[in-house]
Design a binder for this molecule. Structure first.
Ligand code: ADP
Ligand code: ASP
Ligand code: MG
Length: 421
């Protein structure tokens, strides 16, 4: 008997009808002779709606209470899913993250898994139950409080459960047929990939491709768990995420995909004194505020000699904090001003093949030039090129780059559900 972990995202269980359809799929897997553990997300856009509600009640909700609120979404979906399975004549039992042994750090809103102790899950499996686990949540053994794992975190619940239970298969069900060469909501001729390496998937996820949550891919790579990404709306074969970069032949597909991200802003500190230590002071202020920065550029100040401008990108959610902290230390560091710009987007091109193809950057930049898209910041890794451009240019840029590398296919990509929120 194999042990299958299946994760169903919010768009797969957006209403009662869908919950029943998913219950049928789970029962089929069970009927085929497998033990099944299901990780489920909140129904549809429930998490966003709960966050909106909190925002209406309080401008800065208490993080502990916010986690109590948002984790309720998954409690609704897990229980109704269990009811639907029971009605099909199979026994199901649902567990919260805490009951399922998902132990995390105490960092509300962005907790990390520190251990998984799935004793109750294993016992229920041994008794013949189909087990449903609430995604996106855990409990801190230090504070005893309920935590959430960050947006999209049900993916990491699934991978962590699969690792802890030594599952044979970890399937991630969503509203598209797998991992595509670009977000099918933006690029209609994006092609589904049959497989992709962990490294490439990591770069895509880190660059904004939300089909998989970055930390779930990191976790899967660390524990060597292949991920099978597929649609809960079709029976198509999906995408297998597995294998390492070293195993990919150098001459393999140049590019695996294009990703985009609208969650970051650009911050520029102008007329920074051009001497050793000035950049260090700025980034220390940012680090002290516990803000993760992404791309950085430093260039000669337009305002004259002896000074530089430093720009970097950071999550929009940290924008206010960063501006406030920097302005506090303005005199000490000696810069002129802080310019904060939310109207930017990030575009990334990812591919293992670019390691051995020096022309990729030129083609990439030419495609953007031909589409009249101005590049504001560039950064690269071994298998990725990223640029920041105007937010209003981002969709055009994604399509232009996707076309320039001939990633499009004949078939139109299908998005079965979801609001893209
Ligand atoms: P779920 O609710 O199942 O977790 P998500 O909304 O988190 O689903 O992720 C699925 C969405 O990811 C798709 O609907 C699609 O718009 C988006 N997406 C972004 N980039 C990609 C990509 N490269 N391949 C497939 N989907 C992508
Ligand atoms: N419901 C959570 C969210 O919307 C977790 C998830 O869907 O993975 O972020
Ligand atoms: Mg998701």
């Amino acid at each position: 008997m194999a042990l299958v972990v299946q994760k169903y995202g919010g768009s797969s269980v957006e209403n009662a009808t869908r919950v029943k359809r998913v219950a049928e799929r789970i029962v089929q897997t069970r009927k085929a002779g497998n033990d099944v553990v299901v990780v489920v997300s909140a129904m549809g856009d429930t998490t966003d709606e709960l966050l909106d509600l909190a925002g209406e009640v309080s401008p800065q909700p208490d993080p502990r209470e916010l986690d109590m609120l948002v984790t309720a979404g998954e409690r609704i979906s897990m229980s109704v899913l269990a009811m639907a399975i029971n009605d099909l004549g199979y026994q199901a039992r649902s567990f919260t993250g805490s009951q399922a042994g998902m132990l995390t750090t105490a960092a509300h809103g962005d907790a990390r898994i520190v251990d998984v102790t799935p004793g109750r899950v294993q016992a229920a499996l041994d008794e013949g139950y189909i087990v449903i686990v609430a995604g996106f949540q855990g409990v801190s053994p230090d504070t005893k409080d309920i935590t959430s794992l960050g947006r999209g975190g049900s993916d990491v619940t699934a991978v962590a459960m699969a690792a802890a239970l030594k599952a044979d298969v970890c399937e991630i069900y969503s509203d598209v047929d797998g991992v595509y060469t670009a977000d099918p909501r933006i690029v209609p001729d994006a092609q589904k990939l049959d497989d992709i390496s962990f490294e490439e998937m990591l770069e895509l996820a880190a660059s904004g491709a939300k089909i998989l949550y970055l930390r779930s891919v990191e976790y899967a790579r660390r524990y060597g768990i292949p991920l099978h990404v597929r649609s809960s709306y079709s029976n198509k074969p999906g995408t297998i995420v597995s294998g390492n970069l070293e195993d990919i032949p150098m001459e393999q597909a140049l590019i695996s995909g294009v990703a985009h991200d609208r969650s970051e802003a650009k911050l520029t500190v102008t007329r920074v004194p051009d001497h050793p230590g000035a950049a260090a002071q700025i980034f220390e202020i940012i680090a002290e505020a516990e803000i993760d920065i992404d791309m950085i550029v430093q260039n000669v100040s337009t305002a004259g000699n002896g000074h530089t401008d430093i720009s970097f990108t950071l999550p929009k959610t940290d924008g206010d904090k960063a501006v406030k902290q920097l302005r506090k230390k303005q005199e000490k560091v000696g810069f002129e001003k802080v310019i904060y710009d939310e109207n930017v987007g990030k575009l990334s091109l990812v591919g293992a093949g670019m390691r051995s193809h020096p022309g990729v950057t030129a083609t990439f930049c030419q495609a953007l030039a031909d589409a009249d898209v101005n590049i504001e910041i560039i950064s690269t890794s071994e298998i990725r090129i990223s640029v920041v451009c105007r937010d209003s240019d981002l969709n055009t840029a994604v399509k232009a780059v996707h076309d320039a590398f001939e990633l499009g296919g004949e078939e139109e990509a299908v998005v079965y559900a979801g609001t893209g929120r």
